[in-house]
Write a protein that binds this ligand. Structure first.
Ligand code: PHE
Length: 339
């Protein structure tokens, strides 16, 4: 009897299993209700009293060995499972991750860049804090020029004047100073004007300005480029140019697109005319070329500039410009599906 138990202890210690089923079979075989250990404990009463102590100890050793074996085998199998499952269960539904969204200003800016890059324009950027030369003087706006009042300015320092740029035309001056014609570039960026904040105006907004300089550039080139832009951007193919004034272009014009009068909103935003003003433009004034060391007898060019907010408001029917800067998630979330 005792020998049998000792033999079993050896067997238990030797036992190995690679599947949970094998471990379970082993447990049932030794520790189950009808298992070997219960049988052996039942034999206890038949053992001679003198041998009972040793037999009892051997049985306990066997029982503990079997129990330990089951526990270690189970642990080993579980940790092996965990390692195998490094990526988890791939068929499980994923954790809900909140998708971010692009800001509508970025969406529209990228669309504008896209349209112009398809006809060879590059993107140029410049500083938001500017000097007087690049924001005003080089653009044909000498000191005390009354047109400086067209763009109320935030000054950072006086004498020499350092200011927050009032338009991205300043980037175009920098670009002309550092590049030879032919020039085809658009300058998107944030601009600042000391204006009262309302639903239609803000002291911070964004612009995209374009500049094209080459030999023999004409007003017709400008018009055709703008027509291409409005077709691509808005799907509208009727524009008109109204004479206007900018110090840095001559002649200058405001560009209106024919938006139509199909819906009530169309009536509202076009004030019943069907026409919408979307940008300013003109032929670069020879003085501006001269200021940037480009020979105006050899080269000519056109420039245009538009507000990104205004275009985003049109495209997404946003009623109030302040919404762009409040970062209200209820507003921002609505642009989730737009890339
Ligand atoms: N810089 C002008 C503005 O900010 C826009 C413009 C750019 C007009 C280029 C004409 C030509 O209002």
């Amino acid at each position: 009897m005792l020998d049998k138990v000792k033999e079993l202890i050896g067997e238990v210690n030797e036992f190995q299993a690679t599947t949970p089923e094998a471990v379970e079979d082993f447990r049932i075989k030794y520790l189950g209700k009808k298992g070997l250990l219960n049988d052996l404990f039942a034999e206890f009463k038949n053992v001679e009293p003198a041998l009972r102590k040793e037999f009892g100890q051997a049985l306990n050793t066997l029982k503990n060995a079997a129990q330990d074996k089951v526990n270690t085998l189970k642990d080993n199998l579980e940790s092996a499972d965990e390692q195998k499952g490094f990526y988890g269960d791939l068929t499980r539904p994923s954790e809900p991750i909140e998708l971010g969204s692009r800001h509508p200003i970025s969406i529209v800016k990228n669309q504008i860049i896209d349209v112009f890059s398809r006809i060879g324009f590059t993107v140029s950027e410049g500083p938001e804090i500017e000097d007087d030369w690049h924001n005003f003087t080089a653009l044909n706006l000498p000191e005390y020029h009354p047109a400086r009042d067209m763009q109320d300015t935030f000054f950072i320092e006086k004498d020499p004047d350092i200011l927050l740029r009032t338009h991205t035309s300043s980037v175009q001056v920098r670009y002309m100073e550092n590049n030879e014609p032919p020039i085809r570039t658009i300058s998107p960026g944030r601009v600042f004007r000391n204006e009262d904040i309302s639903a239609r105006a803000h002291c911070i907004f964004h612009q995209v300005e374009g500049l094209y300089i080459d030999t023999d550039v004409s007003f017709a080139d400008l018009k055709q480029t703008l027509l291409y832009f409005t077709k691509e951007m808005f799907g509208k193919s009727k524009i008109r140019l109204r004479p206007s004034y900018f110090p840095f272009t001559e002649p200058s014009a405001e560009v209106d697109i024919y938006w139509g009068l199909e819906t009530e909103t169309d009536y509202k935003i076009t004030k019943g005319t069907g026409w919408l003003e979307i940008m300013g433009c003109g032929m670069v004034d020879p003085n501006v070329l001269k200021n940037a060391n480009i020979d105006p007898t050899k080269y000519s060019g056109y420039a245009f500039g538009m507000g990104i907010e205004r275009i985003a408001m049109l495209l997404y029917q946003i009623p109030d410009i302040r919404m762009f800067y409040e970062n209200d998630v209820r507003f921002l979330e609505q642009f989730k599906t737009v890339l």
